[in-house]
Ligand binder design. Structure first.
Ligand SMILES: CCCCC/C=C\C/C=C\C/C=C\C/C=C\CCCC(=O)SCCNC(=O)CCNC(=O)[C@H](O)C(C)(C)COP(=O)(O)OP(=O)(O)OC[C@H]1O[C@@H](n2cnc3c(N)ncnc32)[C@H](O)[C@@H]1OP(=O)(O)O
Length: 153
């Protein structure tokens, strides 16, 4: 299986870089229309209750999966394979999450994202997070395209 994150170079992201030893290492597939990510939380990812997932982790997973989806779609729109040629990089402009149900820590968490808007610099990504087919959270993320130099100090 090919994952978006494994096709991107020079990515140090806490949520999605394969090379960040302390990160979440999320893996997303893209089928040209929607992206899927499976994530199994660890016991320490719990909220106040040990049975449910911490909302900040949920936000982090949705953030990275959605931005990676925006990046994948942008490469596709330019007729390029993901990671091919000049780097396409997006950052999170805004992230709006509704936590609909407590998310069982037993997981696995299934994230699904698709674009509702794809402009020159701005993409809007809709993302859901479900466990066992039950919708636990939904989100809208605005991703803004920035030059690869954006991350330079
Ligand atoms: C970090 C390393 C960088 C190196 C890159 C190299 C390689 C990377 C390779 C791979 C990367 C792979 C994966 C990455 C995956 C995940 C990354 C994690 C995501 C993050 O963790 S990332 C950190 C959190 N993120 C920030 O740290 C952003 C801080 N912020 C800014 O840097 C600016 O604020 C910016 C750039 C967002 C906008 O600034 P700007 O001046 O360019 O914006 P401008 O006014 O031109 O607006 C243009 C259009 O965006 C709309 N717009 C603007 N801001 C909006 C907002 N907040 N909400 C809704 N819409 C917004 C306007 O409404 C307009 O839309 P319209 O055209 O429709 O009118």
């Amino acid at each position: 299986m090919t994952f978006i994150q494994d096709q991107l170079a020079d990515n140090h992201c806490f949520g999605c870089s394969p090379d960040n030893p302390h990160g979440h290492h999320i893996k997303s597939t893209w089928d040209g229309e929607r992206s899927i990510c499976h994530f199994s939380p660890k016991p320490w990812h719990c909220a106040g209750s040990p049975h449910y997932v911490y909302g900040g982790l949920i936000a982090s997973l949705i953030d990275c999966h959605s931005v990676c989806t925006a990046i994948a779609e942008a490469y596709q729109r330019e007729g390029r394979a993901i990671g091919e040629g000049e780097t396409i990089f997006y950052v999170t402009g805004s992230l709006n999450i509704s936590y609909l149900k407590a998310t069982p820590i037993a997981g696995p968490l299934v994230l699904e994202a698709r674009l509702s808007e794809a402009g020159r610099r701005k993409s809007v990504v809709l993302c859901t997070l479900s466990v066992n087919g039950e919708l636990c959270a939904k989100a809208e993320l605005v991703a803004i395209r920035v030059p690869a130099s954006w991350g330079e100090a």
